[in-house]
Design a protein around this ligand. Sequence first.
Ligand code: FES
Ligand code: FES
Length: 155
Amino acid sequence: MAINLKVNGVSRSVNAEPDTPLLYVLRNDLELNGAKFGCGLSQCGTCTVLVEGRAIRSCVTPISQIGQREVTTIEGLGTLDKLHPLQRAFIDEQAAQCGYCTNGMIMSAKELLDRTPRPTEAQVREGLAGHLCRCGGYNRIVRAVMRAAQANGRT
Ligand code: FES
Ligand code: FES
C-alpha cells in the first residue's frame, strides 16, 4: 500500500506494508543509506534517525508508527559543502575507524546537543551509552561531540 512519509523536509510516497521497518524503507526505497543495519534488534544504535527531533531505532520502528511526523536522517544534517558541526568534528577528531557506528553516534549526539547545547563529558557518555562501536573508538567519539558543542557555542 502507498504510505506517505516526510523525510529531510521532503514528502515521499512509498509502496510498502505498514509493518515494514523504517530502516528498510529509508535504505531500499528512498536510497538514504546513511542509517545502517547492524543488529536489527534495537541493540546497537547504528540505524538511529530522528523523528520530530527524537532519536529512534529505525530497525524496529514500523513505518505505520511514523505518520506525518518529520523524519531526519544523517543525509539531512549537512552537505559536502556545508557539513554539520558534528560531521566536521568527527572528521577533525578522526572519530571513525570502520565508520559503521558513526551514523547512530552522530544522530543521537544531535538530539543530545539540541537538548543540552553544552553537555559535560559525562552527559555525552550517557547520551551515547546505548550505541556500540566495535572498533572501540569511544574516546574519540566523545571528544568529537564535545568539540561540536564548543563549535556550536561559537556560532
Ligand atoms: S540495527 Fe537498529 S539498533 Fe542495531
Ligand atoms: S568506528 Fe567501527 S564500529 Fe565504530
